[in-house]
Design a protein around this ligand. Structure first.
Ligand SMILES: Nc1ncnc2c1ncn2[C@@H]1O[C@H](COP(=O)(O)OP(=O)(O)O)[C@@H](O)[C@H]1O
Ligand SMILES: [Mg+2]
Length: 531
């Protein structure tokens, strides 16, 4: 451990010592099995959730999870347990795990113990609160159903998020969950009065560092707090970092009366950490090897994400779906807590249609006429219908070609493909590697654009004219109807990916080059519509 970190931990110990009972309660280790530690206390048995410390400078932190008998407790280590041995002295800190809250935590990066990990100045102006807190009572919860605008077209139109609600981003690895989360932080901090908390659970360490740097460069760090318990940390730490993040979120909501955007990447890893802890503690596994207490653990965390009259905690959670199986108990339990589910599909991401949201699989509780209004509701229904018809026609197109479709069906295909492209959007956070500058689109502009595409106003424009733009007027400004889609060297050159590697580029090319075989369906669609 580096000296500044050691000093920080020592400070934290002193801090906690201040709250500890006057007589130190000491015990001795009686067994160590991986992360599970049994401790014997002869006098006072520490209550559940007490934090115990052992090793030099109390480096090894143990949280009590069970009282085995009159003299023994069983706990899980939140730090690595190397060097721990039977008979070693353990000190009861007399309190639970605590997280720092206050003005001083903004723009900082923490680990599960509340130690800063950004190599910045020492923490000042903070107070320490227990990470185990009850959800707000029903009487304090607010019942307004308000829309939370993200500035991302496909979300605002088809899967509107709820202010104070919980949205899940479901998908396998590498489909863009983290990118989408990062973009939402960017959009909310830049354009609304709010604080964002990013909680990394069990994901790659590199991502934490990258995010910190990106946020610093984007200048949004002052309204942000980051917490990480990444995949290299012991299960106990990954299991508790979400609670620490919620404690901070509750502080901003209840004490500063501000809206909070809580981003969790990835909630599946919380469930996974819970199952590791449960296995280590010797509990019998339940369905598919998950812990029997999964439902309770997840709701303990999710129920704390709530609106009150003082502020709202809006949460967006990435959910890794193991083996793309949506009936997996972890995914099923998570679904039941969410007010919106956004499903990211690998097919779309491979076609370059970013954000790779599959509108037909995604849904939101807010998409009802009473909340979004009649016009928005009917437009969204119409878009879904068009996309669903196109999805059904895909098989026929693949087998028989587009020419075999009736003129109406061909119109549906044209509209659907233009809608799909209009619903792509360049992100601010991906500017560096896509070369497209980011766009924020208001709900009104998004709805107008979709409405005009559905009225066939863009029938004569090449599909590419609508790809990766903001509002529909921007797209219109760039290319004129009837003109062949730009396929000049400069256009291709600007794109970081060569055209042949990007199926979308090939798909929207008016006359596919003979050498490069694009998808059959796309080639037909392109040939029929662009010439
Ligand atoms: N909106 C986007 N625009 C451009 N590229 C994207 C976008 N979303 C994802 N990608 C690409 O996909 C990769 C993986 O995204 P990431 O968010 O890390 O996936 P996940 O978190 O789902 O594992 C990114 O590095 C990027 O190359
Ligand atoms: Mg990710």
């Amino acid at each position: 451990m580096k000296p500044p970190e050691r000093a920080a931990r020592a400070r934290m110990l002193m801090n906690e010592a201040g709250n500890a009972p006057p007589l130190a309660n000491r015990g001795a280790i009686s067994a160590v099995r991986g992360s599970v530690v049994d401790v014997r206390f002869d006098e006072r048995l520490p209550p559940i959730y007490s934090v115990l410390r052992a090793g030099d400078e109390g480096r090894i932190v143990i949280e009590v999870l069970a009282q085995s008998d009159a003299h023994h407790v069983r706990g899980i280590a939140l730090t690595p347990t190397q060097g721990l041995a039977r008979g070693m002295v353990v000190e009861d800190t007399g309190g639970p795990l605590k997280a720092p809250v206050g003005k001083g935590i903004r723009s900082r990066m923490f680990d599960v113990f509340g130690n800063t990990i950004d190599r910045g100045a020492a923490l000042s102006d903070v107070e320490w609160r227990s990470v185990h807190r009850a959800p707000p009572p029903l009487s304090r919860r607010s019942t307004k159903s308000e829309i939370f605008e993200t500035g991302i077209k496909v979300i605002d139109v088809l899967v509107p998020l709820e202010r104070g609600g919980k949205a899940g981003l479901f998908g396998g690895a590498g489909v863009g969950k983290t990118v989408l989360l990062t973009e939402m932080i960017h959009n909310m901090i830049g354009h609304q009065e709010g604080v964002s908390i990013f909680c990394g659970i069990g994901e790659r360490c590199r991502e934490g560092e990258e995010l910190y740097r990106e946020m610093k460069e984007a200048g949004v760090l002052p309204n942000m707090v980051m917490l990480f318990g990444q995949m290299n940390e012991p299960p106990g730490s990954r299991f508790r970092v979400g609670h620490a993040a919620l404690t901070m979120a509750e502080y901003f909501r209840d004490d500063e009366h501000r809206d909070v955007l809580l981003l969790i990447d990835n909630i599946f890893r919380f469930i996974q950490a819970g199952s590791e802890v449960s296995g280590l503690m010797g509990q019998m596994p339940s369905r598919l090897g998950y812990q029997p207490t999964m439902g309770t653990e997840l709701s303990g965390l999710e129920e704390r994400i709530a609106n009150t009259d003082t502020g709202a905690i809006t949460s967006i959670q990435a959910v890794y779906v193991p083996a793309d199986d949506f009936t997996d108990p972890a995914a099923v339990h998570t679904f039941s807590h969410l007010s919106a589910s956004i499903v990211l599909s690998r097919k779309r991401s491979s076609e370059g249609l970013f954000p790779a949201i599959d509108p037909l699989q995604s849904n939101s509780r807010m998409a009802t006429p009473g909340i979004v209004g009649e016009r928005h509701y009917h437009l969204a229904q119409e878009i879904r219908r068009t996309l669903a018809q196109y999805a059904e026609l895909k098989d026929i197109i693949a087998m028989l070609g587009l020419e075999q479709l009736s003129p109406e069906d061909r119109n549906v295909v044209a509209r659907a493909r233009r809608l799909e492209r209009f619903l792509t959007q360049p992100f601010f956070t991906t500017e560096q590697f896509t070369g497209h500058s980011g766009k924020l689109v208001s709900l009104k502009d998004s709805l107008d654009g979709c409405e005009r595409i559905l009225r066939d106003e863009f029938k004569d424009y090449p599909e590419r004219a609508l790809y990766m733009f903001g509002t529909i007027d921007e797209a219109r400004g760039k290319s004129k109807p009837g003109e062949p889609a730009p396929k000049s060297k400069t256009e291709v050159g600007k794109d970081p990916k060569p055209a042949a590697e990007s199926p979308t580029e090939a798909a929207v090319e008016p006359h596919p080059k003979p050498g490069a075989p694009p998808e059959r369906e796309a080639a037909h669609a392109g040939a029929a519509h662009e010439s």
